[in-house]
Design a protein around this ligand. Structure first.
Ligand SMILES: O=C(O)CCC(=O)C(=O)O
Ligand SMILES: [Fe+2]
Length: 328
């Protein structure tokens, strides 16, 4: 399969396209047309009345209400920022890269392990990879698209897309099956990872995620603990034990998604991924995280070592894969 061109309207079909239902459209994003010149104090007052499940529209500028929502709650959900064609094209690109990695027997990209488990049919299946855009020119063009410029400026005027830094563009798949490496992801903050990378305490940092599947709140998906981004370093590191429990919390907010949605969340906020109640392909969920970096430029290459924070996870994933393969 060749790399799709962003200009064609017929991208190759992914192996597992998202479930689209024409009658299941999201509620319209919050109408901000009359609120674009509010002061921060006025915007904060508007936000106090908004539900935690508010969906926003991504415009050329991040609006005062969006800034106030992010500042109070620690996250934002944007209505379908990627088109249906783009969602399909990205998923097909990941299929292509996965096949390439399998054919080459490659298990690391720039030091970040590629986690292969088994899919519901018992075939090798990629669960997480870093530096995805390094292997996909289509994806590299996509993440640099002008529509994401306001998101970049939200992080900082000098922020850049770290395609070759940290873990690069990370692609995640979750599915419940025998041999699955993970149906879910336990409570954590992303700030802990930053502590490993920077060897300093977490400061403000935003994570930008793209969501590829229709996930209703009872079907698992991202869970956020609003407000935990301003909790202070102690709670960031110790409020819960990182990557251990995945029990629901009375204050958590389920993030319902439609394919193409974009989320912004503060890296210091506690969050998790609830597994799907469905076993097999019906519960497949995919997400992609784009790193925006402001630190000194520290690119990685094929000689880079595996980051310390990933070594333990990697050992666990390998063990799971070995067990799954043996059980067959
Ligand atoms: O899949 C998601 O939406 C969340 C992933 C996540 O929290 C992470 O990889 O740190
Ligand atoms: Fe995370």
């Amino acid at each position: 399969m060749s790399t799709p061109d962003a200009s064609t309207d017929a991208p190759p079909a992914p192996r597992h396209p998202p479930r689209w239902d024409a009658t299941d459209t999201p509620p319209p994003p919050f109408d901000e047309d009359a609120l674009l010149s509010l002061s921060p104090t006025e915007a904060a007052r508007v936000v106090e009345r908004l539900p935690l499940t508010t969906r926003f529209g991504l415009r050329e500028e991040i609006t005062p209400v969006q800034r106030a929502f992010l500042s109070l709650h620690g996250y934002l959900v944007y209505d379908r920022v990627a088109s249906r064609g783009e969602v399909d094209a990205i998923l097909a690109e990941v299929d292509r890269v996965e096949a390439e990695l399998l054919a080459e027997g490659r298990r690391k990209i720039h030091g970040v392990p590629v986690w292969f488990g088994l899919d519901p049919d018992g075939h090798d299946y990629l669960f997480r990879m870093g530096f995805t855009s390094v292997l996909s020119p289509y994806l590299s063009r996509f993440v640099h698209d002008a529509r994401f410029e306001p998101v970049r400026r939200l992080i900082g005027d000098d922020a850049r897309i770290g395609e070759r830094e940290k873990d690069g563009v990370v692609f995640n798949r979750y599915v419940r099956a025998e041999g699955s490496l993970r149906p879910d992801l336990a409570w954590h903050t992303d700030a802990l990872r930053d502590v490993f990378y920077n060897r300093k305490m977490p400061g403000p940092m935003l994570n930008i995620g793209l969501h590829f599947d229709r996930i209703r709140s009872h079907e698992g998906g991202l869970r956020l603990l609003p407000g935990t981004h301003t909790q202070g370093v102690g709670s960031t590191l110790l409020k819960k034990v990182h990557f251990v429990s995945n029990r629901s919390d009375a204050r958590e907010v389920p993030v319902e998604t439609w394919p193409g949605d974009l989320t912004v969340h503060d890296g210091r906020m506690w969050h998790r991924v609830e597994g799907s109640p469905y076993t097999g392909w019906k519960g497949l969920r995919r997400s992609m995280y784009v790193p925006y970096v402001v630190d000194r430029y520290q690119p990685k290459d094929e000689h880079s070592a595996t980051p310390a924070y990933l070594q333990l996870f990697d050992a666990i994933m390998r063990l799971r894969k070995r067990r799954a393969t043996k059980a067959r």
